[in-house]
Design a protein around this ligand. Sequence first.
Ligand SMILES: *Cc1c(COP(=O)(O)O)cnc(C)c1O
Length: 431
Amino acid sequence: MTDRNHALFERAKQRIPGGVNSPVRAFKAVGGTPRFVQRAQGAYFWDANDQRYIDYIGSWGPMILGHGHPAVLEAVQKAALDGFSFGAPTEREVELAEEIVKLVPSIDMVRLVSSGTEAGMSAIRLARGATGRKKIIKFEGCYHGHADALLVKAGSGLATFGNPTSAGVPPEVVQHTLVLEYNNVEQLEAAFAEQGDDIACLMIEPIAGNMNFVRASVPFMKRCRELCTQYGALLAFDEVMTGFRVALGCAQSVYAQLIPGFEPDMTVMGKVIGGGMPLAAFGAKRAVMEQLAPLGAVYQAGTLSGNPVATACGLTTLKEIQKPGFFEALSARTQQLTAGLQNAADAAGVPFATDSQGGMFGFFLMDTLPQNYATVMTTDGPRFNRFFHGMLDRGVYFAPALYEAGFVSAAHSEADVEATVAAAREVFATL
Ligand SMILES: *Cc1c(COP(=O)(O)O)cnc(C)c1O
């Protein structure tokens, strides 16, 4: 049999750098040939060889209802018939904004954009414009899109001004980006004590999904809130991944249950709010959002922003996840998966730790859950890669890198999870 995935990858590499339009798709970390997806339905996709996989990435989060959900399909088809893009406002943008504000109490107003990168970049500009300050804090292992000022990671140890992790980002561009260790209260306090009056915003993934799955501890999050308030910096939650994925009220609702009165000042969203279409947003209280053009001096714009087909997709997705019991069922299914994997690993004597919230999960081939990026990176990479390929060979598609989170959709059945766990039992036994 000819391997069409391989043939397509070879062809792709001739005309697209690395054969992919986003690096993680190239399977560079795990080796082997990326699967070219032909079609998807529910919890599955089929590759170019017509091989079926149980999909645990769901487009890296957006496909919370599973692929090809009938209500979403219908809304998208109907919207497409009315036109693809106008460059003028539409009613659906207002509806989507109203829906987001209804579900997330910390947000009074939102601006819609087309990608999480764009939303994060614009939120930083707005935070700087609104506070008149230059510096921003981010944390090692948190990804906020590939805007220059956010493409920084720091070495371990004390807080330092970051070095760019990408070529093409001049040091001058990231000189105002302060990179700290996730969950490190002492570093956070030291940074604010030294430079608190210059800090425009602190941006954080509340549950970090770009270093697998690491929660901000409650004491750490509490200090983030207190210090931002004390120094007049904006606390910006990057909920591109966690928004409407870990809970209907996003990750901030999870922290609000643990820290009375807790709210971030700004929220960045993407992924689920587009339901698989290019759509993202950033929101905050009215006084901050009114600094944006055309009302205020902070410029931000987009030809395809609030796209009518994308908003139809996102709005229908948000309506579906509000149905009674949706998140309870999704959480239970996700926990069935993580408990099953834990059990399978334990039976084989493979070190394993796992955590989840709503429809997002992570697992580590280590005994305890890591608290920061440096610890995540101590994972046994080759062992993870053997696990990944073992599962892939058995028709289960987990993220092709150990520093990525996983996603369960409403379309994943009990039987899908049982089949996944059965495959994991076989693979763990070979590790
Ligand atoms: C995916 C992601 C982004 C970037 O979103 P894109 O739509 O890929 O630009 C930003 N922040 C977080 C937390 C993400 O998971």
